[in-house]
Write a protein that binds this ligand. Structure first.
Ligand SMILES: Nc1ncnc2c1ncn2[C@@H]1O[C@H](COP(=O)(O)OP(=O)(O)OP(=O)(O)O)[C@@H](O)[C@H]1O
Length: 230
């Protein structure tokens, strides 16, 4: 098995060196295979978002090993982490983090132009195609803040996929959506996972959606409490 994510003994504390130092992840060992579609579940406060932020190289662990696509990250400087993140990881968050004053098309195009230096015409062609695929043909030139929650989440998925990442990290991507829209968004992630082989790690509170993943990793109080496969 080739691992896209490999964690060994990963720990995270907040407030290190202060009287309120708290360890929220107590030694996590997880491997995520290339192309795997996996749910990260567990009660509120169990450390799911913290773990996702560590895997996404947005925060650093306090100790332990974390490798992305075979690259150990412990000794890497910020710039090298940014390159690794840009090359391999796409993010889909609950509140999508789109730039509200820019159009759907611009939101999808921007990361590949800014982070990967893709030519504007190429980025536009790829982005138009992705917006078509997520069902937003005709909405390309609408500002992000003129789109519904479900439509904004589709834009966020198109944006995450614009760089063909080997890993998609999704933090409650359907959390603020009605059941029907949530199912559509989830199906879209699954479709891209099957088609492009991007591994997905999806934080969800929805047991129905978790049940449709290849594997479920359950965190309780900052530890892996249970792992189950489909
Ligand atoms: N920046 C921070 N500083 C201090 N404590 C934090 C910080 N971020 C998270 N925590 C604490 O870490 C613990 C885990 O939080 P985290 O957000 O990872 O949980 P979660 O499982 O994603 O919860 P939820 O399902 O409610 O989103 C919580 O007790 C939280 O208060």
């Amino acid at each position: 098995m080739t691992a896209i994510v490999s964690l060994r003994g990963l720990r995270k504390s907040y407030g290190v060196g202060t009287p309120v130092e708290t360890e929220v992840l107590h030694g996590i060992d997880i491997e995520l295979a290339e192309g795997e579609f996996c749910a990260l579940i567990g009660p509120s406060g169990s450390g799911k978002s913290t773990l996702l932020n560590l895997i996404g190289l947005l925060e650093r662990p306090t100790s332990g090993d974390l490798a992305i696509a075979g690259s150990e990250t412990a000794g890497l400087k910020e710039q090298a982490l940014t390159v690794l993140r840009g090359r391999h990881i796409g993010f889909v968050f609950q509140f999508h983090h789109l730039l509200p004053a820019f159009t759907a098309l611009e939101n999808v195009m921007m990361p590949s132009i800014i982070e990967q230096g893709v030519a504007t015409a190429d980025a536009e062609a790829i982005s138009r195609d992705l917006l078509l695929r997520v069902g937003l043909k005709g909405h390309e030139h609408k500002k992000a803040n003129q789109l519904s929650g479900g439509q904004q989440q589709r834009v966020a998925i198109a944006r995450a996929l614009s760089r063909s990442p080997r890993l998609i990290l999704a933090d409650e991507p359907t959390g603020n959506l009605d059941t029907h829209t949530a199912d559509d968004i989830f199906a879209l992630l699954r479709e891209f996972n099957r088609e492009r082989g991007s591994a997905c790690l999806i934080v969800t509170h929805d047991p129905r959606l978790a049940a449709r993943c290849d594997r479920r990793i359950e965190l309780v109080d900052g530890r892996v409490a249970h792992v189950s496969s489909a």
